[in-house]
Design a protein around this ligand. Structure first.
Ligand code: DGJ
Length: 730
């Protein structure tokens, strides 16, 4: 999988279908030669044509034959003639730029090392994963950079991460450190990103790559609703099922940068890593800094090809939870049914009705602690409100569990309300600048997780509550961006470390709590999908995708999210109409059919449903549970994009292709609509498939090449979800 040729100085990484090749070049520069479909290079002298160029700088005055700005690098440094945005910027104790790192050595080992303090994907023995560690050195300063590449041959995935070590005698200031740089060959490319906002997370956006830099990222302290830490470079014209795709996804939950740069020679550079505009780090002699990892996926089978690789890899090798591959319960959450106004009786009413529908997990959301009757108060005071719950959490949980349901509880552990006992006793625990009162988001402040004692207190509090109450599930919320980035405990020269230290503190809490309570199912949330990233998904195997529960909005949100993240991670609930976020009314079928694509649940007052709707809910829960394993863990394919018209469709196929579920949605309808069909994918063309509940049988080839014909759509917001299975004689 990983090979080094002494003759050519080529280092090549191979997965089942891809190759990634670099070369130790003149003056020990480490160059990027190729990434793409599996390829073999014959041994020859020169893999990069070197021509004399005009008006370029020679970094080595003794050798006029090459120019750094003309070359593709594995990791790049500003200051010696490569003028593109670099991978690393750092200065030594004199303030001089440390540049010109060169290859010194490499090692190849089995498996994959963990990254201290950071979440990362992992290898199992059967994976035959190998890790290449390349050491680059800067002789004068004593600083070394280690580039790590892990190859997962059967998953077709390569992960990369970087660490930097100071063996010199004076501190070094790091101002930028990317997880990955890839310099692509000159060509025409498109850039795909997942921008959004609260309630509109992870929409798909594509643009041609022009000269100059396009950067996306976050400076909000969280990966954000606004951009996911993901981008893909596409060959021009790539679609869902054809074309070349290069995906980059950062395993990180804080400020990030992902940038695309096309230079004068049409060469395209991708950088992804911690956002340098909100980051600096002092690396003292003897210290090592680890940057987060990025997961790289190449597919020549279009976006569906890339998604299939990410989905499988993330379920199996990102999520650490014991639930990673286990079927998840259908849940009911009281938030949109009650908001802050509930008592034990109203909660038990919801639970009783839910139980009757076959729902398996009851989740108590915000409002159970302190004086939390609105979002103005009590974050930090994690003591049950006995006016609402006289028998405490234990009492409520006991009653729910005795009904045969599981019990879940909401927390927002990173926050503190100005109106809270915690703030009154520890005002300095909130992030705040010294010159002005801290800015409030949702009337709350953020705890300073760079401080060990704050992190310890959150861990203590969570362990105490989770250790003394019967809790099966936790929803971990986080409802505002970080501002007032100042910590009273960090020295002036280290304030630039705070945003990253916050993330490290958060990961320490998540690590301790999820390890201490492995049987609790954790769901991440940040005002909906504001921190839906692989860093959190490493600890928590599902995520509340968006606060927007409208069925039509969710089509785009879930379609976009599915580009990278498997459907089992995508929390999706049926809510009431008119929808609380945007006032639209859709039928209970459409709402359920949309929510059923992922990790299914309800979030409404069942007492307001009429008899017909009650029957529908009962049937839907039963349908979902019958096909749950397939829906939650099957191979997901996008068929029709809600970004391109008034239809959306996707399907989920079992691994052996013996069954599948087809989802179809008509958004707005038209008078006298023409008949159309949707072409399925991923089936066995030799199989015959029967539509469950009808006698219709189709061949796999017919469904894939001619399509499944749609009829009967004559109104807005109509949909179906149909299960098909292979006939006995096919
Ligand atoms: C934001 C979440 O996204 C909602 O689901 C809900 O938990 C509220 N916070 C509670 O405050």
């Amino acid at each position: 999988m990983i090979k080094f040729s002494k003759k050519t100085n080529l280092l090549s990484l191979h997965t089942k279908n891809t190759s990634y090749i670099m070369q130790v070049f003149k003056n020990q520069h480490l160059l990027h030669i190729y990434w793409g479909k599996s390829m073999v290079l014959t041994e020859r002298n020169n893999y990069l044509p070197l021509d004399e160029r005009v008006n370029m700088v020679n970094s080595d005055p003794a050798d006029k034959s090459y120019y750094l700005e003309d070359l593709p690098f594995e990791y790049s440094f500003w200051g010696k003639g490569d003028f593109r945005n670099p991978s690393l910027t750092a200065v030594d104790g004199n303030g001089a730029v440390i540049s010109n790192f060169i290859y010194e050595s490499h090692t190849i080992s089995n498996g994959k090392p963990e990254i201290p303090g950071l979440p990362s994907t992992f290898a199992e023995e059967a994976d035959d994963a190998e890790t290449l560690e390349i050491k680059l050195i800067h002789k004068k300063s004593g600083v070394s950079i280690y580039l790590l590449y892990t190859v997962f041959p059967s998953f077709d995935v390569i992960t990369r991460n970087v660490k930097i070590e100071n063996r010199g005698s004076s501190p070094v200031m790091i101002n930028k450190i990317m997880a990955v740089t890839v310099d692509f060959a000159p060509g025409e490319y498109e850039l795909l990103t997942l921008p959004g906002a609260w309630g509109r997370e992870r929409w798909i956006e594509r643009q041609s790559v022009h000269h100059g830099v396009v950067s996306i990222g976050s400076s909000r302290g969280i990966s954000s609703h606004q951009f996911n830490p993901f981008l893909a470079l596409l060959s021009s014209g790539t679609g869902e099922n054809s074309g070349e795709v290069y995906g980059f996804n950062l395993v990180y939950s804080g400020n990030f940068l992902a940038e695309t740069e096309k230079n004068q020679d049409d060469r395209v550079r991708i950088n992804i890593g911690i956002n340098p505009s909100t980051f600096s780090w002092v690396l003292a002699p003897g210290e090592v800094f680890n940057a987060p990892e990025a997961v790289l996926v190449y597919s020549d089978k279009g976006l569906n090809g890339m998604s299939g690789i990410y989905h499988k890899f993330y379920v199996k090798r990102l999520s650490r939870s014991v639930y990673a591959s286990k079927e998840r319960p259908v849940l009911v959450n009281n938030w949109e049914a009650t908001y802050f106004s509930f008592n034990e009786k109203s909660l038990l009413d919801i639970a009783h009705k839910s139980k009757d529908f076959g729902i398996e997990l009851f989740v108590l959301d915000d409002g159970w602690f302190g004086q939390r009757n609105s979002d103005y108060t009590s974050l930090g005071d994690w003591v049950v409100n006995k006016d609402k719950l006289p028998d405490g959490i234990e009492g409520l949980s006991g009653k729910i569990r005795s009904m045969g349901m599981k019990f879940g509880l909401w927390f927002e552990p990173e926050m503190i309300s100005p109106d809270s006992s915690l703030f009154r006793s520890h005002p300095d625990w909130a992030l705040q600048l010294l010159d002005s009162p801290p800015a409030e988001g949702r009337n709350q402040l953020v705890l300073d997780l760079s401080r060990g004692e704050v992190v310890d207190e959150i861990i203590r509090m969570l362990k105490q509550i989770l250790g003394t109450n019967a809790v099966d599930y936790v929803k971990w919320d986080m409802n505002r961006s970080l501002t007032d980035i100042y910590s009273s405990t960090l020295p002036p020269g280290r304030q630039g470390e705070l945003s990253h230290r916050y993330v490290l503190g958060l990961y320490r809490i998540m690590d301790e709590i999820t390890s201490a309570f492995p049987d609790i199912l954790f769901e991440g949330c940040a005002a909906g999908g504001g921190r839906f990233d692989p860093g959190i998904l490493y600890y928590m195997p599902q995520y509340w995708t968006s606060d927007n529960t409208d069925a039509v909005s969710r089509l785009k949100i879930q379609y976009g999210t599915s580009l990278v993240y498997p459907q089992i991670f995508i929390g999706s609930h049926v809510s009431a109409v008119p929808n609380h976020q945007l006032g639209r009314s859709t039928g209970i079928e459409m709402r359920s059919h949309t929510a059923m694509m992922g990790n299914f649940g309800y979030e409404l007052d069942f007492a307001k449903l009429d008899d017909k709707e009650v029957d529908i809910v009962r049937n839907q829960v039963s349908f979902y549970k019958t096909h749950r394993k397939l829906i939650q863990f099957g191979r997901f394919y996008r068929l029709l994009s809600p970004f391109e018209g008034e239809k959306a469709s996707w399907m989920i196929v079992s691994e052996d292709k013996s069954e599948f579920v087809l989802f179809y949605y008509q958004i707005l309808s038209e008078a006298n609509m023409s008949r159309s069909s949707v072409k399925l994918i991923g089936l066995d063309e030799k199989f015959f498939y029967e539509e469950t509940g009808s006698e219709h049988v189709y061949s796999g080839s017919e469904l894939m090449y001619r399509g499944y014909f749609l009829s009967g759509f004559n109104a807005d917001f109509q949909s179906f979800v149909i299960h098909f299975s292979k006939t006995k004689n096919s």
